[in-house]
Design a protein around this ligand. Structure first.
Ligand code: 5GP
Length: 192
């Protein structure tokens, strides 16, 4: 997706720890025209499969998931980062190791909104080590729903998540794959 890559080149900032900051259009301020194009691109890439629900993770995945859901005409469910422990039994849970904060947190989805018969497309903003997507995959599996695939806006191809998920047979569509980024020069190279 050329417009997305251009935007990353122009507005992305490379921070320490292999973090790409895209706060001006994706993670803080949101460019809704670009979000529309992203949503449409996911729809095109998954046009051949039936999807009845989109699952994402709070907070940064929600905006993208909502724009994507408009084109599939399906609801969005977002996994909550759980704080309360007294809801066991009514929810599916899994654990995610945060790439940006370096700690492990619980995510959960109510059993009311995920279950057998659902055909789930996962959507998230970034893919690094794959922990967030793996956490969502576990929720889908535990619920008995079918996983159709996963769409991420930016995959950092020099980190292991993408290859790991593809090896597991997950259909993964990344709209921009960063092959390398240099904190000193600011140069970002994309996979063709
Ligand atoms: P993973 O679980 O694949 O290691 O990391 C993906 C999650 O960490 C995403 O949901 C995203 O919120 C965050 N993340 C990972 N790498 C980056 C990055 O370079 N920039 C930003 N803004 N978020 C990232």
């Amino acid at each position: 997706m050329e417009r997305l890559k251009d935007k990353i080149r122009r507005c992305g900032k490379i921070a320490s720890g292999n973090v790409l900051k895209v706060d001006s259009f994706l993670n803080h301020q949101m460019d809704i025209r670009l979000f529309e194009e992203i949503g449409w691109e996911f729809k095109k890439r998954f046009a051949d499969v039936e999807v009845n629900k989109i699952l994402t993770i709070e907070a940064s995945g929600i905006g993208i998931a909502c724009m994507t859901a408009r084109y599939f005409d399906v609801p969005v469910v977002f996994a909550k980062k759980n704080k309360t422990k007294n809801i066991a039994g009514e929810v599916y849970t899994s654990q995610v190791e945060s790439f940006t904060h370096g700690r492990v947190y619980d995510i959960m989805v109510s059993k009311e909104f995920l279950g057998k018969g659902d055909r789930i497309l996962l959507i998230d903003d970034f893919l690094a080590n794959g922990k967030a997507i793996e956490g969502l995959v576990k929720l889908v599996k535990d619920s008995g729903a079918s996983l159709v695939g996963a769409g991420v806006v930016i995959e950092k191809g020099f980190q292991p998540g993408g290859d790991k998920l593809r090896r597991q047979g997950i259909r993964l569509e990344s709209l921009a794959i960063v092959e390398s980024m240099d904190e000193q020069t600011g140069l970002i190279v994309f996979r063709e």
